[in-house]
Design a protein around this ligand. Structure first.
Ligand SMILES: Cc1cc2nc3c(=O)[nH]c(=O)nc-3n(C[C@H](O)[C@H](O)[C@H](O)COP(=O)(O)OP(=O)(O)OC[C@H]3O[C@@H](n4cnc5c(N)ncnc54)[C@H](O)[C@@H]3O)c2cc1C
Length: 497
């Protein structure tokens, strides 16, 4: 078995530079890292919304929040607002928080369901600080550990600037960048990758190759041909149109996801512009229809021409094959409904670091890596399917088709159990916590018929008092928090490090 002394990364998008910076930061001088990218090809550059674990990446890389906000023109993300998903005119929030407070044996929402049955008219989100801050346009990080007051958050940022920032950090740590177009991939007799041959004849050799070549999937698929699990039968959207537009006077700390008759539109507020896009099914809209729909639904002036991006939902059958690990778009794609792609890059690299084959590639480690990767992709896929499957839209063929698609049995069971008595179970390692499943199921229109018997331990008056107390605790910090824009402005005034 060959010792891994040199890692070659093909691709300089978010996946390439995030892989380079994390691997170098953690492995240090143990490995040399060379990243090959081609400016003539460029990057996808539309990954703009994230989920809270991105903050761990920044911590590991030693990035201060103020520097990050400045360099990537970032804003804070507390939630996604889903509009028209359950039915036209309806809206709900999927926040990173948890409504209520954590309780032993039964989740808070059982108390709320019982109160609803007793005539209470509060919304579950009234008990969620993330929701309250998002809707009031307020933000300040909560640093003290508190079981009731938590405010988990992530960022919206400019993906192109983020890749450039990570490149700067990586090069400072010693990662070598090579500009060049890979024209040929050389293999050893056993099939392992030996080197990348560039269009000017230079050859880049390595022991381990990370395929971050985006949708080109140059090493994992075009060279090693691992095969692709196509999931378009579960998630049929296969195109996106992206266009930036002018920023608003006020930036609010949440992403908007607006359902249309054959897809959905995102709107992501950044410091210098808004990111917009439409994800749609080409079986239900033509590209021109989709462009017209997006452009007529922009709420600020466009700053460029709309760009069409084609994709096929699914994943590589093996994300690690021989001496190649596919990361980012090269490993598969799930539409950006819950902003999970950059997280998948992060968790792929963490997994690789945990299983790093410094003394040579062992089949058992490769199998474990592939098992964990498949589980992660499948769990996220099922959560996305939930949004399309459980809804009450009858206004277009797309939504009728989506409701009638065959869905995974595990998802069906999860929805059925929740609808019955509000029970929620988080599968091992599922990225989405119970509070996420709860918010999306309720938001999409599943109201439990019953609740856990522990909620009967309170009489009506006690129950309403408990709820009112939690609501007051959650609302209390709002008056002290600055607006989201004030928070960003204060952070930008901190001198760069
Ligand atoms: C419509 C859409 C919306 C998205 N929204 C989000 C979101 O909100 N949140 C989120 O987390 N993620 C989102 N993503 C995903 C996110 O954009 C990607 O995960 C992220 O940008 C990583 O892309 P990448 O680095 O894998 O590929 P790319 O950015 O495509 O980079 C590929 C790299 O490979 C190089 N390359 C390819 N072929 C060669 C060659 N022959 N020689 C040399 N170099 C080569 C290119 O030069 C480039 O540097 C979205 C994706 C799409 C398509």
């Amino acid at each position: 078995m060959q010792t891994i002394k040199k890692v070659v990364i093909l691709g300089g998008g978010t996946a390439g530079w995030l892989s380079a910076s994390l691997l170098k930061k953690v492995l240090g001088q143990a490995v040399d890292i060379e990243l090959v990218e081609s400016e003539t090809i460029g990057i996808v550059g539309v990954g703009e919304a994230t989920i809270p674990p991105i903050r761990l990446v920044n911590q590991v890389l030693g990035i201060r929040e103020a520097d990050f906000l400045r360099e990537t023109k970032a804003t804070i993300k507390l939630a996604i607002r889903f509009e028209n998903w359950k039915k036209p005119g309806d809206m709900y929030y999927h926040t990173f928080g948890a409504p209520g407070r954590s309780m032993a044996f039964c989740n808070f929402h059982h108390l709320w369901v019982r109160a609803q049955q007793l005539g209470d008219s509060s919304s579950l989100w009234d008990y969620d600080l993330n929701y309250l801050c998002a809707t009031h346009g307020k933000f300040a990080p909560i640093t003290a550990k508190d079981t009731v007051l938590e405010l988990p958050y992530a960022y919206h940022f400019d993906a192109g600037l983020y890749a450039m920032y990570l490149r700067k950090l990586s090069e400072q740590m010693g990662v070598v960048r090579t500009e060049g177009l890979v024209q040929q991939v050389m293999q050893q007799i056993n099939g392992d990758i030996k080197s990348l041959v560039l269009s000017d004849g230079r050859e880049v050799t390595g022991d381990l190759f990370i395929d971050c070549s985006g949708f080109a999937q140059l090493l994992i698929q075009k060279t090693l041909g691992v095969g692709y699990d196509d999931w378009t039968h579960l998630l049929p959207c296969d195109r996106a149109i992206a266009v930036p537009s002018e920023r608003f006077e006020q930036t609010l700390p949440f992403t908007r996801s607006i359902a249309h008759s054959a897809g959905w539109q995102w709107r992501i507020p950044l410091q210098h512009r808004n990111g917009n896009g439409l994800v749609f099914s080409s079986n239900h809209y033509t590209e021109q229809q989709a462009i017209d729909l997006l452009m007529s639904n922009l709420d600020s002036k466009p700053l460029g021409d709309p760009r069409v991006i084609k994709f096929r939902t699914g994943r590589m059958r093996k994300q690690w094959q021989r001496n190649v690990i596919a990361v980012g778009l090269a490993s598969g794609f799930l539409e950006p409904l819950e902003s999970t792609s950059i997280h998948l890059i992060q968790s792929a690299i963490v997994r690789l670091l945990q299983l790093f084959p410094h003394n040579g590639i062992q089949p058992s480690k490769v199998a474990e890596y592939n098992r964990q990767s498949e589980l992660e992709f499948t769990q996220i896929r099922d959560f996305l399917v939930l949004h399309y499957h459980v809804q009450q839209r009858d206004d277009s063929q797309f939504w009728r088709d989506m409701r009638n698609l065959e869905v995974p049995a595990t998802l069906k069971q999860k929805v059925a159990i929740f609808a019955d008595d509000g029970s929620l179970f988080r599968d091992q390692n599922d990225l989405f916590l119970e509070s996420s499943w709860l918010q999306v199921m309720l938001g999409q229109g599943v109201m439990p018929k019953d609740y856990h018997p522990i909620a009967n331990n309170y009489n009506r008056e006690q129950l309403f008092d408990v709820l009112a107390g939690i609501k007051a605790i959650k609302q209390e910090p709002l008056s002290k928090f600055p607006s989201h824009d004030e928070f960003i402005q204060r952070a930008l005034q901190i001198a760069p490090m």
